[in-house]
Design a binder for this molecule. Sequence first.
Ligand code: SF4
Length: 139
Amino acid sequence: MIEAYRLLDKLEREHSLSLLEYKTLIEAENDALRLYAANKAKEQATLIYGNSVYVRGLIEVGNYCRNDCFYCGIRKSNFNCDRYILVEEDILHCCKEGYELGFRTFVLQGGEGIYKKDFVTDVVQKIRSEYPDCAITLL
Ligand code: SF4
């Protein structure tokens, strides 16, 4: 059991363990160890973010996907899903509205394989030039 605590300390310091060490940690899991890990995670979060709340403007750009992850509502084999794809004008409009509302991070999220690379590059460049003070994330 002491080994598991030592491994959590090591994970905190080095941010990684070997596969065998992860296995040891998982096998030792119990309420006290979970609490120890949760407290460490909370300390790190507070150290990095303080008690601030960061709000991100999530833009769901489309719900088509070429993949078929079973748990996912927009997987390709879900025929009960009403599909859509935003065009560039829609995405830029969302950014404009979001910016006016105070968002400074835009997250463009959608299924895989919706857009061609050139389209994404072009849209990201337009967002970047229009809102240079904003972060852009692609999911
Ligand atoms: S959107 Fe993501 S999770 Fe859903 S099917 Fe596509 S790849 Fe899988």
